[in-house]
Design a protein around this ligand. Structure first.
Ligand code: TRP
Length: 335
């Protein structure tokens, strides 16, 4: 057996519907890099999911390529991982249709992301927004993924994927590996700098609440200096009573590689001002090489193209194998 088939398989993806944030870097991509050695990894840019909300076409194209460059610049080696663009592998759309026939209206209606997004986009509650989880299930099941690293907000979708896989397997035999959600502990939930009760998000109304991977150091420092804290003056980890400080501690802990205890000692007797500046600096230093490398990669169009073409070819090979099996099981005539 080759080395690759002995490893467990991982699949994850991020929508190119906005610039990548510090939250997506610390909560997702940084962990993906660490998983590359031990697992057989598929990481995609889920552009088909993005159009469930109206996008500007030129922007979507630009952000998709930028996201690919940022994946690589963050340390995801395209030789070790299969990095690809979802719309390049047509099996995703094809399996998604089949799975939508094994996904119940009631199940989709219960998805909290659907409820949230329909409330936010009341003028465009389209069928794609509703069947979004069937496409996500296709992303995962096509690669027979064992583990799906996601943020806590996506757990419900992975659980639905398991239900769909079990339902299908129950009828046709073991076609799909039933995946498990894999929710990282550290950095799992980076909160907004201005409203630390909410997840850091590109849709944050206050632009200071969200930090972007490609942001200029001056802007990053400005946002950290303005980060919301509390009326004490003590750097102490207590997410319930001190959400702002605890969030800054989580960020600093990952950026500087320090434990909460080390951080509490480092800032004992010092004011919040010093602490916020230090957290800002550590983030600037962590992101600087990623930003510079992304800019360099993006200019090398031939390389970027080579990466996504090879990624799509490798992904298609695996995905089509699963798709053929599914088509056969449901009774389609082989080509
Ligand atoms: N729904 C995920 C999100 O919004 C993105 C996504 C699409 C995904 N397909 C996936 C994540 C497959 C993990 C696996 O964050």
């Amino acid at each position: 057996m080759s080395e690759i088939t002995e490893k467990k398989t991982i699949l994850s993806g991020i929508q190119p519907s906005g610039d990548l944030t510090l939250g997506s870097y610390l909560g997702a991509i940084k962990n993906w890099v660490e998983l590359s050695e031990e697992y057989n990894c598929f990481y995609c840019i889920v552009d088909m999911h993005s159009i469930t909300v109206r996008q500007n076409p030129a922007e979507l194209r630009k952000r998709t390529l930028a996201q690919l460059a940022q994946y690589i610049a963050s340390g995801l080696d395209p030789e070790k991982n299969t990095i690809f663009i979802q719309s390049h592998v047509s099996a995703h759309a094809e399996l998604s249709w089949v799975l939508s026939c094994y996904t119940m209206f009631g199940e989709l209606s219960r998805m909290t992301q659907f409820k949230d997004k329909s409330a936010k986009n009341a003028d465009n509650i389209n069928a794609g927004l509703f069947t979004y989880p069937s496409l996500m299930a296709a992303d995962i099941l096509l690669y027979q993924a064992d583990l799906v690293p996601v943020g806590g907000d996506q757990k419900q979708h992975v659980e639905l994927t398991r239900d769909i896989a079990n339902r299908f397997n129950g009828i046709y035999g073991d076609v799909f590996t039933v995946p498990e959600p894999f929710i990282p502990k550290v950095g799992a939930r980076i909160m907004s700098l201005t409203t630390p009760e909410n997840k850091m998000s590109k849709s944050d109304k206050d632009p200071g609440g969200c930090i972007y991977i490609m942001q200029k150091p001056e802007e990053i420092m400005r946002s950290f200096k303005r980060a919301v804290t509390d009326s004490e003056t003590c750097v102490r980890y207590d997410p319930e009573n001190k959400p702002g400080i605890s969030n800054l501690m989580s960020i600093y802990s990952v950026a500087a590689g320090k434990t909460f205890e080390e951080i509490e000692n480092e800032f004992a007797g010092k004011g919040y001002g010093d602490f916020k500046v230090r957290v800002g600096e550590s983030v600037v230093e962590m992101l600087r090489p990623i930003r510079e490398e992304s800019e360099r990669i993006l200019k090398d169009k031939a390389y970027v193209e080579q990466v996504y073409r090879e990624g799509a070819a490798r992904a298609s090979y695996v995905a089509n194998k699963t798709l053929r099996k599914v088509y056969k099981k449901v009774g389609f005539v082989a080509k």
